[in-house]
Ligand binder design. Structure first.
Ligand code: HCA
Ligand code: CU
Length: 484
């Protein structure tokens, strides 16, 4: 495939339809700026009849002077489209149900009326100087002959692009590709695709639609949207590059954008989320890490550098000698085979410790070698943060969100003046501040109180044993308590 593929991002429209999500106007402006910076072609900024703040954000985004086309979303209704026109958008995406069930039970109109409505509403928008995308909502379940008629009507009225929404995520790649190929034979138009993820097929279906002739893919950052969401920006953009060599947005900016939207939406991705998840480029089993040390491509289909990330070699009970050697060598420590074997033994005897940080490995290396390896100067800043929540939020859900923030070691729900206690660790003041900012941005938090841990570092004098324990030692102790 050699043609240009365009990305329409609907984080601000479909994404805000995610249960629990409401972006502030300022957050929307920032997200729109970032989407523009990374090269998204079209930004669907909202549907103005939803609420005053949605409309306000749309007006403000239209005035930002972005490179991207700014699109408003509207039902096939002239008053709704008038509202979009008022927002100063470049284009409007008009959607109309295309199945008989929808026409009869949801819209209570006949097929004939639907054809007229498509024509009238597209014409109205065109007469008001807007570019128009016409979407057949639930188009993948519609009668294909009627779908064609509906699209013809929209085209006759001047529609610039036609989109099929797989509104309930019911397509397979084979079927959606055939659908686009078939439409392409009888209609000369630019086609768009909008795939929901109800069966986890959104990205595969979007790529298949492109193979069938679609030129524009609808996405949201992190795959947000109604129910299971739609195709995610990061997955679509990376897959287009990996599978077809097609360039769309700046891949190196996807991880920070994903994190920004996680914070603003309050919806955090799991660690194994493709591309942007914490574990997306981590290797763990001994067999895997040993091979990756020789040649990463043995366990990677594409390198982490594709999206400006780095590879991680995890050490826990699954580890083998080579990963311990590699991790220590990276820290400038060379041990004998025998010493490495002893470290491995010790790790395998503590199955509850699931991640050995550099400091933990150095500590084990000190034990087996008798050498002083760990820096006396603290290499990390630790802090305790007390968090107060709004009375109407679930403390556990706030706690879980905080737990997903980089730098957070542990989160406790507590009694007393505050609701949550957080243990933080950061490599620098800048990192610590970033982590604090991220915590403050979690929805439902009304106040925080930060205390720096002053006496916790190896080498600090006059501290009792327990205050001087490392994370590893605490884990070991917990494990022994459990056994006792
Ligand atoms: C909606 C439905 C929609 C519309 C898509 C479009 C869908 O939430 O209004 O207008 O292109 O999935 O059918 O998102
Ligand atoms: Cu949708």
């Amino acid at each position: 495939m050699e043609k240009k593929i365009m990305i329409l991002d609907s984080t601000l429209r479909e994404g805000e339809q995610t249960p629990g999500v409401s972006f502030s106007v300022e957050q929307k402006l920032e997200i729109a700026q970032k989407l523009d910076e990374i090269g998204v072609d079209i930004i669907e900024s909202g549907n103005p009849v939803v609420s005053g703040d949605v409309k306000e954000a749309m007006i403000k985004i239209s005035k930002l002077g972005l490179e991207a086309e700014i699109m408003g979303h509207a039902r096939a209704s002239i008053p709704d489209i008038r509202e979009a026109v008022d927002c100063g958008v470049d284009s409007v995406g008009i959607f109309l149900g295309a199945t008989d069930t929808r026409l009869k039970q949801q819209l209570r109109i006949s097929r004939e009326r639907a054809l007229e409505l498509a024509y009238e509403t597209v014409k109205y928008a065109k007469d008001h100087g807007l570019k128009v995308r016409f979407t057949a909502e639930d188009g993948t379940r519609a009668d294909p002959d009627f779908l064609k008629e509906l699209f013809k009507s929209a085209l006759e009225a001047g529609a610039d692009r036609l989109s099929i929404a797989d509104t309930v995520g019911i397509m397979t790649p084979g079927r959606i590709r055939a659908l686009y190929e078939d439409l392409g034979k009888s209609l000369d138009a630019v086609f768009e695709t909008h795939c929901h993820n109800d069966l986890g097929m959104a990205v595969a279906n979007s790529l298949a639609a492109v193979e069938g002739g679609a030129r524009i893919i609808d996405v949201t950052v992190n795959g947000l949207g109604e129910r299971a969401g739609i195709a995610s920006l990061q997955e679509v953009a990376a897959a287009l590059k990996v599978h077809y060599g097609i360039d769309t947005v700046k891949l190196s900016a996807l991880k920070p954008l994903s994190m920004l939207v996680e914070r603003y939406s309050g919806i955090f991705l799991p660690p194994h989320a493709p591309l942007v998840g914490d574990n997306a480029f981590s290797h763990k089993a001994g067999v895997h890490t040993a091979a990756v040390i020789i040649n990463p491509s043995i366990y990677e289909g594409f390198p982490p550098e594709l999206i400006a990330r780095t590879r991680e070699l995890v050490v826990d009970k699954y580890a083998g000698k080579s990963v311990i050697r590699a991790r220590l060598e990276r820290l400038g420590v060379r041990l004998s085979e025998e010493q490495i074997s002893r470290i491995l033994e010790s790790i395998k005897s503590r199955p509850a410790v699931t991640r050995y940080r550099d400091a933990d490995l150095l500590e084990l290396a000190e034990r087996v070698s008798g050498m002083r390896l760990k820096p006396v100067i603290p290499e990390a800043i630790e802090a305790l943060i007390s968090v107060k929540c709004e009375s109407n939020v679930y403390t556990s859900s706030v706690a879980r969100r905080i737990g997903a923030i980089k730098g957070v070691l542990r989160v406790y729900e507590v009694s007393g003046d505050y609701d949550i206690e957080v243990e933080l660790i950061a490599g620098s003041m800048a990192e610590l501040n970033e982590c604090l900012e991220s915590i403050r941005e979690v929805k439902g938090i009304i106040g925080t109180n930060t205390k720096f841990v002053l006496k916790r570092f190896d080498g600090a004098s006059a501290m009792n044993e327990s205050a001087n324990r490392s994370a590893l030692e605490r884990e070991v102790e917990k494990e022994e308590d459990r056994k006792a």
